[in-house]
Design a binder for this molecule. Structure first.
Ligand code: RIB
Ligand code: CA
Length: 313
């Protein structure tokens, strides 16, 4: 059983990642959800996290407010992909859940201290601002973090918010640099692998026909989310990015990658947020991330479907 904290900027794909984690009770204990500004501002990502918990019938996982802006940069959001609310595609409501008073950063530090022996895993689905703040404020926390598994970056696939950069890294490149320089074990799931998990028609149909409200609503979220990517990539379905972080924890054997050095561009405006991956080890830079570039996509969708359909409601 892994104890995980999900740091997130919901976002429809973040929603599917959270639902997959909630449905994997036999393998994952979700200690809490820490929200960050990214796809939409923090006041919306936090409400969206509450909505996803209620949609999933999960009321015992605390939700915390994190950073409303990147460490140094002006916030860049992605309403063009996720819609004005960040969860366009359906109307979700929050009736019985509220955010906690503790800050996201303090919660992560408290968990690291409480579970120092067992260690915790941080699943990062958005810009890395919260995590960078924790690592800077309390460097000793690295000893209590087993692994940071993050969706972010791209190399062979280029970028999705600029030709050079993937959104999560682009929004806060300084934070990404702090995380990659931290010495914590890092597994990266970049566009090179998430562009191989394109939403499949039969996957959506099985969600719709499941007889479960949470699965039906998830299908509506994905219908909205993938319209932008299908137009952009001309593919049969949009890339389902964030659930790869959770599925990797549940079944790493369906993924392939390499331990390499990854540096973050923070100086050039043209290539801001680019993940410079020394895939062919042409430098003597120290490897600092397990960089994943392949997945068995059928297995990926099988796991996401199985976990989402195991939700009670
Ligand atoms: O580039 C894709 C990433 O940016 C995903 O995490 C998506 O939710 C957005 O945050
Ligand atoms: Ca996200």
């Amino acid at each position: 059983m892994r104890k995980i904290i999900v740091d997130t900027d919901p976002g429809q794909d973040d929603a599917l990642a959270l639902m997959t984690a909630f449905g994997a009770k036999e393998q994952l204990v979700v200690l809490g959800i820490t929200c960050v500004a990214g796809n939409v501002p923090l006041d919306l990502t936090s409400v969206n996290a509450l909505k996803i918990c209620e949609l999933s019938g999960v009321f015992d996982v605390p939700v915390f407010l994190g950073s409303a802006t990147p460490l140094e940069r002006k916030l860049v959001t992605a309403e063009h992909v996720h819609g004005k609310t960040g969860l366009d595609g359906t109307e979700l409501r929050v009736r019985n859940k509220e955010v906690e008073l503790t800050s996201a950063m303090d919660f992560i530090i408290e968990c690291a201290e409480k579970y120092r022996d067992e260690k915790i895993t941080i699943c990062a689905l958005g810009p890395l601002t919260n995590i960078a703040k924790v690592l800077t404020k309390n460097p000793g926390v690295t000893g209590a973090i087993d692994e940071i598994v993050l969706m972010g970056g791209g190399f062979f696939e280029g970028g999705n918010i600029t030709p050079a950069a993937e959104f999560n890294i682009y929004v806060d490149p300084e934070a990404a640099k702090i995380v990659l320089d931290s010495g914590v074990k890092i597994t990266m799931l970049p566009l090179d692998v998430t562009h191989k998990t394109l939403v499949q028609r039969d996957f959506l149909e099985k969600l719709r026909k499941s007889g479960k409200n949470s699965a039906r609503e998830a299908a509506k979220l994905l219908d909205f989310f993938e319209r932008y990517d299908v137009e952009k990539y001309g593919s049969q379905g949009g890339p389902l990015h964030d659930p790869n972080v959770i599925v990797y924890l549940l079944n790493p054997a369906i993924y392939k990658g390499k331990l390499v050095n990854v540096e973050i561009e923070i100086n050039s405006e043209l290539t801001r947020g680019m993940t410079v991956v020394d895939w062919w080890r042409v430098t003597n830079r120290k490897p600092n991330a397990y960089y994943i570039n392949d997945v068995k996509d059928d297995k990926f969708f099988e796991i996401v479907l199985n976990k989402v359909l195991s939700l009670e409601i």
